[in-house]
Design a protein around this ligand. Structure first.
Ligand SMILES: Cc1ncc(COP(=O)(O)O)c(C=O)c1O
Length: 477
């Protein structure tokens, strides 16, 4: 008898799985079969498989995630620490000198560049055929309605589906509570127009999404950037800001913020609402990533806790279905009528075909199936990207570890000027979002955002490795 057969069965199973992990057949983030499934496949009892999995856990090769199963642990070449909370004070800043994001945004559409810049699902993750079939069938069945103006509040079919889904957001809105918008961008635009006037000051997250900063600049608003990290806004700084300045509105992303990946706890959300209540400040909530937790149920939105009707909720299907559909929504509460008028003045409605296509997708159950796959893809891609960053970026690099969404926020050693890295990476055919885009004050010069919206391919892997090598060069004393 050979030695291996003398070993207990659970040990042999554990060794076999370990070999597969070491050989890279099973990779970081891969889900391994459930205990029951594995037992059935291999004709082994559940307790034996459980013993093998427990051993692999103690060897730190796999990890159990609540209600989700067992996953191969990321084998980070070095331990990765979360980026630190930005240390700056909440100080008012004008947006007059905000540099144009036009070049960076144009680059994100350049197919020659490795796409680590734009926070969108790659074409491979968009259900192209199903969307094409749904829209073709809608046009065939009802061409007139498809090509008419679709004035606010927009497609009744879509608002009905949004109403149904809002139960998952902790809200239970009526179809008439919604206004269909041209992406979350228009929802944010309308919401800000409703609650501010030029010259006002808006509290924003720091780092903050550059698209919204540009919008605020065009609306001639000032901002108070408040430090934010993986736990969301720093509430002491929020208190300081609202005491010091006459804040007209707050703009927040409580679920998986862009770029920091922040997720606010329920108690922090309640405190934020309390501060807003005390100072009577409206809150514009951007929930564009709410449907994208990497595992577990969809988190509620901030609006679900809003008892005084001060939250205007914005969202879209750009990150979950397809950015080109341009379908978003807005729940404006007491501002609803004013928002309807604004919306119709701006563009006489939105693209009906897109709205009806999304409605059909939501109605048929196709969205939930698609979302399960997409969330798993984003989780896996985020995990692999962190692993590659740990292997290739300079010592001292910090990386976020978000529980949802599709972006990672990196803090490089202090001496690195990310704009130098950006220029060199671009020449090497790689696109990413430099940290300075996320601050009107030019902060985050040693930070960057990586998009994980693309399936893991040799091109993406090599792109990250090359970027890491460029960053290492710039980190040298
Ligand atoms: C936080 C955030 N809000 C809004 C948007 C704009 O979304 P949409 O394409 O739906 O207009 C984006 C897109 O990147 C985003 O990241």
């Amino acid at each position: 008898m050979s030695t291996s057969t003398e070993q207990p069965l659970y040990l042999r199973i554990a060794d076999r799985l370990e070999n597969m992990i070491q050989a890279g057949t099973l990779r970081a983030g891969d889900r391994i079969p459930s205990v029951r499934q594995f037992g059935q496949q291999q004709g082994v009892s559940v307790p034996t498989v459980m013993q093998a999995y427990t051993l692999l856990e103690s060897r730190r090769l796999i990890e159990a995630r609540p209600k989700s199963g067992f996953y191969v642990t990321a084998r980070l070449a070095k331990s990765l620490v979360e980026p630190s909370l930005p240390r700056h004070k909440p100080t008012r800043a004008s947006l007059e000198g905000l540099s144009s994001v036009f070049n960076a945004v144009r680059d994100t559409n350049d197919p020659r560049l490795v796409p680590l810049g734009s926070a969108v699902p790659s074409d491979d993750l968009v259900p192209l055929e199903k969307l094409a079939r749904a829209s073709a069938s809608i046009v065939r069945r009802n061409p007139a309605a498809t090509f008419r103006y679709d004035p606010a509040p927009g497609s009744p079919a879509l608002r009905k589906e949004l109403s149904r889904r809002s139960i998952d957001w902790g809200c239970a809105f009526e179809p008439d509570d919604f206004i269909v918008t041209v992406g979350a961008s228009e929802a944010l635009h309308l919401a800000l127009m409703a609650v501010t006037k030029p010259g006002d000051t808006v509290l924003v997250e720091s780092p903050g999404y550059y698209g919204t900063l540009s919008l605020l600049a065009k609306l001639k608003l000032n901002v108070v950037p408040v430090p934010a990290c993986i736990c969301g806004l720093e509430l002491n700084a929020v208190r300081e800001a609202v005491k010091k300045y006459d804040v007209a509105a707050m703009l927040v992303i409580p679920n998986f913020s862009n770029p920091a990946g922040g997720f606010m706890s329920e108690s922090n959300r309640r405190t934020l609402l309390q501060i807003a209540d005390e100072h009577d400040i409206p809150i514009v909530e951007d929930d564009i990533y709410g449907d994208l937790p990497h595992q577990g149920p969809r988190p509620p939105c901030l609006k679900a806790l809003d008892r005084s009707g001060r939250v205007l909720l914005c969202g879209s299907y750009s990150k979950t279905l397809a950015p080109g559909l341009r379908v978003g929504y807005l729940v404006g509460g007491r501002h609803h009528d004013q928002l309807m008028e604004l919306k119709n003045t701006l563009n006489l409605g939105g693209p009906a075909l897109s709205a009806m296509t999304v409605a059909e997708f939501l109605r048929s159950g196709g969205y939930d199936r698609h979302l399960r796959k997409l969330r798993e893809a984003y989780r896996l891609q985020t995990c692999r990207t962190r692993e590659k960053v740990a292997e290739t970026f300079p010592e001292g690099t910090r990386v976020s570890n978000p529980e949802g969404g599709l972006v990672l926020w990196l803090e490089l050693p202090e001496q690195v000027d990310v704009l130098d890295v950006y220029r060199e990476a671009r020449a090497a055919g790689i696109n990413f979002a430099p940290g300075t885009l996320f601050s009107p004050q030019g902060l985050f010069r040693n930070c960057l955002r990586l998009s994980c919206g693309n399936p893991w391919t040799p091109r993406i892997e090599e792109g990250i490795a090359t970027l890491g090598a460029i960053a290492r060069k710039h980190a040298e004393p």
